[in-house]
Design a protein around this ligand. Structure first.
Ligand code: OGA
Ligand code: NI
Length: 364
């Protein structure tokens, strides 16, 4: 058997024994006889055992219909109430009739699959250079320093001047083009969703729009290879997103996302033609705790690789992050601090690297 070092692509001057550039390539060369220690987590919380369709007790993630929300009929109000309770109780929903064209989604899927099929040497051009951006397997948000079972391509997409010169501009032409269209379409969709949230929260008209206009946006494309012992590893460690909202596209229709509700891990089944919207810490803070930033994770399986794209939507860097003025009152005083977005982002990455919840840091 090839040594673990060779298989993991150590030709690319990996700095320590513990870093792996790509799990995909690690397992592609030869079947692993055992899972390398840096991926093994002995004490994982299992998926909920009562989440068994037969018992009928499986709580189902709410589905929101954008077409209904946008309609002129009375059904729009009913849908808005459904959205409101999804945001309060779940912090996550499946969004159907979202308006992003199937042809764009299909093209994007194809481009992503082609990207991950490139030789490791090609992908290594986009590797992370000291920060979180770029290609590679890493741990991003864990206290135990275990590696997640997945390869990521993570990049800031807006503001344009914060894009890294070795990533998007260097991507294969057709992938880059499709990615640019996806970025535009998902930003438009996010603005629509945020507008409904603001409306139902009864924020003053422009408060939401102003914060998110030309906002910070980043994207994480993840390739989760199949794993011979999935119960020992984690695709992505439990976390909340530091965003306003995140729109997750389960590109190749393979399940794996789970959310924590009332202390129990619940699977989010892929619904074809749906995108998943999950609320991040910023919306919980802005809504002064009314809406929930949901804790989630991704598990892997023995059979099939899973590909996801998470689009992270946040306010612009000059924004102030805190409970929105029109949503607080002497009866409902702010329960979170207010800080500038630039500082918020800096703190977020510091806290998460230390395995502490950033939301707790923001709590007054
Ligand atoms: C993320 C995330 C989930 C998934 O990238 O923040 O939660 O299913 N991804 O890939
Ligand atoms: Ni996430």
């Amino acid at each position: 058997m090839a040594t673990y070092k060779q298989a993991a692509g150590f030709d690319f001057d990996e700095s320590t024994e513990h870093s792996v550039l790509s799990v995909q390539h690690l397992i592609a060369k030869e079947p692993l006889s055992s899972i390398p220690q840096q991926f093994v987590r002995p004490n994982q919380e299992p998926q909920s055992t009562f989440s068994n369709a037969e018992t009928g007790s499986l709580p189902t993630v709410p589905t929101i219909d954008m077409k209904q929300l946008l309609s002129d009929e009375a059904s729009a109000d009913i849908e808005l109430e459904k959205l409101h309770s999804a945001c309060k109780e779940w912090g996550l929903f499946q969004l159907v009739n979202h308006g992003v064209s199937t042809s764009l989604l299909d093209k994007f899927k194809h481009e992503i699959e082609e990207f991950f099929q490139l030789p490791l040497e090609e992908k290594a051009k986009y590797r992370k250079t000291g920060d979180l951006e770029g290609y590679g397997c890493d741990q991003i948000i864990t206290k135990d320093k275990k590696l997640d079972w997945g390869d990521r391509l993570y990049m800031t997409t807006n503001p344009l001047n914060s894009r890294k010169s070795h990533i998007i501009p260097e991507l294969p032409y057709s992938f880059r083009n499709t990615l640019e269209s996806y970025i535009v379409e998902l930003q438009k969709l996010a603005v629509k969703v945020l507008d409904f949230l603001g409306r139902r929260l009864k924020m003053e008209k422009r408060e939401m729009g102003e914060l998110f206009e030309d906002g910070r946006q980043s994207v994480r494309i993840t390739y989760y290879p199949p794993c011979p012992q999935p119960e020992l590893v984690m695709g992505i460690t439990p976390h909340t997103d530091g965003t306003g909202i995140t729109i997750l596209n389960q590109v190749n229709g393979v399940n794996g996302l789970e959310l924590k509700k009332d202390g129990i891990w619940i699977p989010v089944n892929v619904l074809s033609n749906a995108l998943i919207v999950n609320l991040g810490d910023i919306i919980e803070i802005m809504s002064n705790g009314m809406y929930k930033s949901v804790e989630h994770r991704a598990i892997v399986n023995t059979e099939k690789e899973r590909i996801s794209v998470a689009m992270f939507i946040s306010p612009h860097l000059d924004a102030e992050i805190g409970p929105v003025t029109s949503l607080t009152s002497p009866q409902n005083p702010p329960i979170f601090k207010t800080i500038g977005m630039e500082k918020y982002v800096k703190n977020f990455f510091t806290y998460n690297h230390e395995g502490r919840s950033h939301l707790e840091y923001m709590r007054l």
